[in-house]
Design a protein around this ligand. Structure first.
Ligand SMILES: C[S@@+](CC[C@H](N)C(=O)[O-])C[C@H]1O[C@@H](n2cnc3c(N)ncnc32)[C@H](O)[C@@H]1O
Length: 346
């Protein structure tokens, strides 16, 4: 089964980096929200956050979208679908909705939060009703782990030849499937503002160095009998950082008759951990901050995929922190957010 982010509010306590990425798109979201014309027969507006996790990143963006909408339609009812996997930490999301700055407190007509606890590779909302979709830092997660039988390789950019091509095909099929499902559920005029991890042309994946370190640690743990060789051989993290061309490709295929790619940009998102390290030179803080961030999104997948128990996971992340601390000045994790605005072709 696909694994969500760490629960118990952990993901939201370690997503400073994702927060930085999401907020870069505030203007795109506000502009898309300004263009919404409520369907008269339905009498309400529908927003969906695809891959919402615990809601910290999207809450301010949904709030500003509703505020924009309210300028033209002060009383229109709004429904907000929060979509993530069934196993998501829904309790933390609802806790956030009870806070003062929650989008539920925007003045005007009623706002109703709803949950769609299913994969975004499946239908998430009824057909033809979504006016504005949002999705941040989620679509790089594929529908299933990468190819099996790849030795100790566990990140897509460690794969070679056939397995690499196989994972690229899977990424394309998943992206196409995601778009197909959205085309079904967008209302006329519906738009999607989305970002995902991307790789610049001829550049290096953001996760390259960190996952090389994890791979080295896994090989070490395997030699020490702490990790089963067959589990390592059968697992590749289901994350794929696409290129700009890979993101464009489905729009030149069948989906291009249903959806239009209005905007596409590759936006560098500087690492807050590296920025702080450059300012204070604290290598321990760099390692702790980065490992907290990586752990919050990778632990459930590594636990299941590699069959690691609590003690083994502790050991893995402790060793990772030590390696990052030792490499601090040369440690790189530069995210590039592929940022898209997509609209339904009516
Ligand atoms: C890195 S988090 C990003 C969360 C949030 N959008 C943010 O910006 O912080 C990726 C989210 O995508 C969710 N996700 C991954 N695959 C999914 C799928 N197939 N369907 C729905 N959600 C999925 C994960 O459970 C996780 O909550």
């Amino acid at each position: 089964m696909l694994r969500p982010m760490e629960g118990g509010g952990v993901y939201d306590r370690h997503n400073e980096y994702q927060m930085r990425g999401g907020l870069l798109h505030a203007d795109l979201v506000a502009t898309a929200a300004s263009g919404i014309v409520p369907d008269e027969r339905r009498g309400s507006v529908v927003l969906v956050d695809y891959g919402c996790a615990q809601g910290r990143v999207s809450n301010p963006l949904i709030r500003s979208a509703i505020e924009r909408l309210r300028r033209a339609y002060p009383g229109v009812p709004v429904q907000v679908y929060h979509n993530d996997l069934l196993t998501n930490d829904w309790a933390s999301l609802f806790e956030r909705l009870r806070s003062e700055d929650a989008y539920l407190n925007v003045a005007g007509g009623p706002v109703t939060p709803l949950v769609s606890a299913t994969s975004f590779y499946e239908p998430v909302a009824p057909r033809g009703i979504v006016d504005l979709g949002l999705s941040f830092a989620a679509i790089q997660w594929l529908s299933s782990p990468g190819p099996r039988g790849c030795g100790s390789a566990l990140y897509f950019d460690q794969l070679e030849d056939g397995p690499r091509a196989e994972m690229a095909r899977q990424a394309h099929a998943d992206w196409t499937r995601f778009l197909d499902r959205r085309a079904d559920e967008f209302a006329p005029g519906g738009r999607l503002v989305l970002d995902m991890m991307g790789v610049p042309e001829g550049g290096t994946a953001a996760g390259h160095q960190a996952w090389q370190m994890v791979r080295g640690i896994c090989e070490e743990m395997q030699r020490e009998g702490l990790l089963d060789a067959a589990r390592l051989d059968g697992y590749v993290l289901p994350v794929y950082e696409r290129s700009t061309d890979e993101v464009r490709r489905p729009f030149a295929e069948a989906i291009g008759t249903r959806l239009r790619l209005e905007q596409l940009a590759l936006v560098p998102v500087p690492s807050p951990f590296t920025e702080r390290y450059r300012a204070d030179g604290d290598a321990g803080a760099l390692a702790a901050g980065f490992v907290g961030f990586l752990r919050a999104f990778s632990e459930p997948s590594l636990r299941d995929g590699l069959g690691l128990d609590d003690a083994a996971l502790e050991a893995l992340y402790r060793r990772l922190a030590a390696r990052i601390e030792a490499a601090a000045a040369g440690f790189v994790f530069d995210v590039h957010a592929l940022t898209l605005v997509i609209s339904r072709i009516d």
